[in-house]
Design a protein around this ligand. Structure first.
Ligand code: ATP
Ligand code: MG
Ligand code: MG
Ligand code: MG
Length: 479
């Protein structure tokens, strides 16, 4: 029989058959009656117990079987007498693929702090917490592709090295060649980009949106799902320098359709995770509950992880304008008592503390805010007739604040170019983008979901560095 993962085996192998299991040792316990070894191969949160009789394994072999070592075990699958597992494997044959020196192996059979695990990010996927997070991350990625495929969207790959700064926020990583930066530089002592391979300044993409719009204006409905880079020199728990973004873009959609899609989309993918990651979510829920117990009573969260997920999928999202939200916030208790760290004022972007207040305290529902002041949003958003606001939308979640940012796009060529001039973007530089407005312009809309913000929410983890396998952020960029 071909080799089965522990996950498949626990689901399908009948008691009494001979099986082979392979994996890494989590714990080894020797008693008078037997040696118990817990093996995990990463396919599931569960370990499988393999059991040897005392004296069955040579002393030299037993010594090599340490926490972190890798084994293949063949034996009969039998009902387990012990508590905690239904079945176990009676060892008939063991191969030690690789041992792990207990003096040097950093992962011990105990719960390590997340801070410590961040220092050994290369090994942390071997822990229950991180393997659960990574399996949920996988399931969400799959659910996202499935959602769009089921709804008639085409997956479009947009450039990673690009000349455009879609957001205009100046948070870009410059990409160049060694030839361009080696002396002699140009007369002003600056990098000579004309010597570069591309012959112009290029950057790592901050968003695939502008190219995504080209796709929508040809294929109707597209989505991107790719890496995005922002030189965010901030140490928040919600920002990474390299993250993954999902950006659907739809022709013939206005702001209202965009909101409907965003709400249906996030609810559907979260429902998928609840259905397909029950064991991992139960583990993380439990982990979170234990962590809460260590906090002071007044700081403990009233919701468990699963309740938080229910909160999103079972509530209709509240929709209101930025201006209405500012009214609420200005008249809120924290604003009056001066408890917000940042001031709330019409015209200023909201901070996560304000967004969370609206969701967690005021409405007690997920929120979609619309029609933000044009000055704080990107140039491409459709202008409202009042000339002050644009048809933007941000979706706000508990514990996180902004999870999605989107808008209906400006489809009027004159308005768009006038706005570009105002914010200092040379329309010539984006001539290809403006062609979508020159030739067969149409109403269209789209949004961006930060993948890690979604994974953060669904796993209940507290720090975005803990939901990506190889975090890149200030002070965490080992790879
Ligand atoms: P924020 O206000 O949180 O900085 P933003 O408004 O700058 O986010 P957008 O340009 O609207 O972000 O990008 C769309 C989405 O990408 C955001 O709603 C968020 O989910 C995600 N996102 C933005 N910046 C980051 C980052 N540095 N790390 C991880 N996700 C991010
Ligand atoms: Mg930002
Ligand atoms: Mg924002
Ligand atoms: Mg935004």
């Amino acid at each position: 029989m071909s080799y089965q993962s522990i996950q498949q085996l626990l689901k399908t192998a009948p008691v009494g058959t001979t099986v082979t299991v392979k994996g890494w040792v989590r714990t080894k316990r020797e008693s008078k009656n037997a040696v118990f070894i817990a093996l995990n191969d990463g396919s599931t949160i569960h370990t499988i117990q393999v059991v040897a009789q005392p004296g069955q394994l040579p002393e030299e072999t037993l010594k090599l079987i340490t926490t972190g070592s890798c084994l293949a075990v063949t034996g009969q699958l039998v009902e387990s007498q012990g508590a905690g597992q239904a079945v176990e494997v009676k060892i008939e044959d063991v191969t030690v693929y690789g041992t792990a020196d207990p003096e040097k192996y950093p992962l011990q059979p105990k719960r390590h702090s997340l801070e410590f695990l961040r220092e050994i990010a290369h090994l942390r996927p071997r822990t229950n917490t991180f393997s659960a997070v990574l399996r949920i991350r996988h399931a969400l990625a799959f659910a996202i592709h499935k959602y769009f495929n089921d709804n008639g969207f085409y997956y479009l790959n947009t450039p990673i090295i690009t000349a455009s700064d879609a957001e205009g926020a100046g948070e870009m990583f410059r990409v160049t060649t060694l030839d361009a930066i080696k002396p002699p530089l140009n007369e002003e002592g600056k990098v000579d980009f004309s010597q570069d391979f591309f012959g112009r300044e290029t950057n790592l993409t901050v968003s695939g949106q502008l190219e995504g719009e080209l796709g929508a204006m040809a294929l109707g409905k597209i989505y991107t799902f790719g890496p995005t880079f922002r030189a965010e020199n901030s140490n928040t728990t919600r920002h990474l320098a390299e993250f993954w973004m999902i950006e659907p873009e739809m022709a013939f959609h206005e702001l209202e359709d965009n909101m409907n899609l965003a709400e249906d989309f996030v609810k559907t993918v979260i429902r998928y995770a609840i259905q397909h990651c029950a064991d991992d979510l139960a583990f993380l829920d439990n982990r979170l509950k234990e962590e809460e117990k260590t906090k002071k009573k007044e700081e403990q969260s009233e919701f468990g992880l699963l309740e938080k997920l229910q909160f999103v999928i079972s509530n209709e999202f509240v929709r209101l304008t930025y201006t209405e939200a500012i009214d609420i916030l200005v008249n809120s208790k924290p604003a009056k008592k001066g408890q917000f760290q940042y001031e709330v004022k019409w015209g200023v972007d909201l901070q996560s503390e304000h967004e969370r207040y609206l969701v967690e305290k005021h409405f007690k529902k997920p929120v979609i805010l619309t029609n933000y002041p044009r000055e704080i949003k990107a140039f491409y958003m459709k202008q409202d007739p009042d000339g002050k606001t644009v048809r933007a939308m941000d979706v706000l979640f508990p514990g996180i604040g902004e999870i999605i940012g989107g808008s209906q796009r400006e489809d009027d060529l004159d308005k768009l170019t006038a706005r570009m001039h105002e914010v200092g973007i040379e329309p010539e530089a984006l001539w290809w983008y403006l062609d979508t407005r020159r030739f067969g312009s149409a109403p269209h809309a789209g949004f961006g979901l930060g993948f890690e913000r979604l994974v953060l929410f669904v796993t209940g983890m507290g720090n975005i560095r803990d939901v990506i396998p190889f975090p890149r952020a200030p002070k965490s960029a080992e790879f």
